[in-house]
Design a protein. Structure first.
Length: 107
């Protein structure tokens, strides 16, 4: 169950980064709504991470959490912000995914 909680926490990390990206191009009420989404996502991500590390080693949980967030953020950037999907970028994202899986297998 802790691994599922950790994966959800990593997804919320991507969500708060996405909200930050959306805040960059807006103003007024929309800025504050994306800011609220950022704060909610950040809070949920941290609380779920804290819950997961009650039973998982922090040396495994934290890198997995940040890795899930990083992969998710890059994918969201490519899909929604039209960031480049170059071979090198995708290659390193795939190596990051293998590293996350490797930490799960040895952790």
């Amino acid at each position: 169950m802790s691994w599922i909680i950790l994966i959800i926490a990593g997804c919320f990390e991507s969500c708060f980064a996405f909200c930050l990206g959306k805040m960059k191009g807006v103003s007024g009420m929309e800025f504050y709504l994306w800011g609220a989404g950022f704060l909610v996502s950040l809070t949920l991500s941290m609380l779920l991470l804290a819950k997961a590390v009650q039973t998982l080693p922090i040396g495994t949980a934290y890198p997995v959490w940040t890795g899930i967030g990083a992969v998710g953020t890059v994918l969201l950037g490519i899909i929604f912000f039209h960031e480049p999907a170059t071979f090198r970028r995708l290659f390193f994202i795939v190596t990051l995914i293998f590293s996350i899986v490797g930490l799960k297998m040895v952790g």
